[in-house]
Write a protein that binds this ligand. Structure first.
Ligand SMILES: Nc1ncnc2c1ncn2[C@@H]1O[C@H](COP(=O)(O)OP(=O)(O)OP(=O)(O)O)[C@@H](O)[C@H]1O
Length: 333
């Protein structure tokens, strides 16, 4: 089911948490709300769920005005970062909970829970207690429980936030596959740009209560709407007044290649399979370039070499208004 958020505003006392936010989420899509901490992502998710009231604006779910509907009338499933399972109930009973309180038929519940446990790959853990599961398994149980009542919309607030990097990555792949199978309209909150870029069909970048950009991962990466989006989605460096990704810079050596900005290599650092080359331009600007190992070896660079740096054709760039800003390699999040 589709979700339509129109001109939503929310204040906490004098603090503006959401400022005139409008987002259309088509049915069946996997959408990420991405942004820095405190930007308003969770508040927006809670407003969609009905756990929080918007001060202004409208929320429609499947074409129906849900702005004033209580959470239980919205047909949404919700999973938080720190999921509270019933500790004394087995995994099976936890997943069955929503169906039991809806007084569904016993056989129907059993069949549905079996299907769900298979879907989240927890069949062999059905009779364990939540405390006997790993963090990742517990999150999968939480998702099975949220899916049990067949919500029209699944809302996930940093569902993998508390887990270690490897498990997060596994669950990310798994969420993508699950979504491809089940196609329930899903909105998840994350502050991790890699997670959003890898998993989502569409990303809503939210910062300081406002939508900075909405687009597919490719659109955001290739056509960032502004400096904030460019910086937030990955490492950037600055050449002149242009903000650019370090791997979109080209280094040229030799006399005949005067195209580009002259500079001197100040440092060479190997980072895994990439090489980072720090260059100080003739104007004194510090620029970071990343090269593949092969590019680096072909160029045969050493510290102290004089080179020219230029932006590769068709690379995404944004113009930086503030020239005084630190031009070094910076990653957000
Ligand atoms: N109930 C509340 N009372 C007062 N302020 C609140 C309340 N809930 C949220 N806020 C404030 O509103 C802002 C947005 O919070 P929100 O949780 O939506 O951000 P977020 O983008 O989800 O951040 P995080 O990734 O840290 O969860 C924050 O500055 C927060 O302190």
């Amino acid at each position: 089911m589709s979700i339509e958020i129109a001109n939503v505003g929310k204040r906490f006392g004098g603090f503006v948490a959401l400022d005139d936010v409008s987002v259309s989420i088509p049915a069946g899509q996997l959408t990420a709300l991405l942004g820095p901490s405190g930007g308003g992502k969770s508040t927006l998710l809670r407003i969609i769920a009905g756990l929080e009231r918007a001060d202004t604006g409208r929320v429609e779910i499947d074409g129906v005005d849900a702005t004033n509907l209580p959470p239980q009338k919205r047909n949404v499933g919700f999973v938080f970062q720190h999921y509270a399972a019933f500790k004394h109930l087995s995994v099976r009973r936890n997943v069955a909970f929503g169906l039991e309180i809806r007084k569904r038929d016993k056989d129907e519940i059993r069949q549905r829970v079996d299907e769900l446990l298979a879907l989240v790959h927890l069949e062999q853990f059905a009779d364990r207690l939540p405390a006997q599961l790993s963090g990742g398994q517990r999150q999968r149980m939480a998702l099975a429980r949220a899916l049990a009542v067949e919500p029209a919309v699944l809302l996930l607030d940093e569902p993998f936030g508390a887990l270690d990097a490897k498990v997060r990555k596994e669950l990310r792949d798994w969420l993508r596959r699950l979504h491809d199978e089940v196609h329930v309209t899903t909105v998840f909150v994350t502050h991790d740009q890699e997670e959003a870029l890898e998993v989502a069909d569409e990303i809503v970048v939210i910062n300081e209560g406002r939508v900075e950009q909405i687009g597919s991962p490719d659109q955001l990466y290739d056509e960032p709407a502004n400096e904030f989006v460019m910086r937030f989605l990955g490492p950037v460096t600055q050449l002149g007044d242009q903000l650019v990704r370090p791997h979109d810079l080209q280094i040229q050596t030799g006399e005949s290649t005067a195209a580009g900005v002259p500079g001197q290599v100040t440092r060479i650092t190997r980072i895994g399979f990439e090489i980072r080359v720090d260059i100080t331009t003739a104007d004194g600007q510090a620029v970071a370039v990343t090269l593949t190992r092969n590019e680096f070896l072909t160029l045969g660079l050493s510290v102290g070499d004089t080179v020219h740096v230029r932006i590769a054709p068709n690379s995404p760039t944004t113009t930086v208004a503030d020239h005084g800003r630190a031009p070094s390699l910076a990653t957000s999040a």
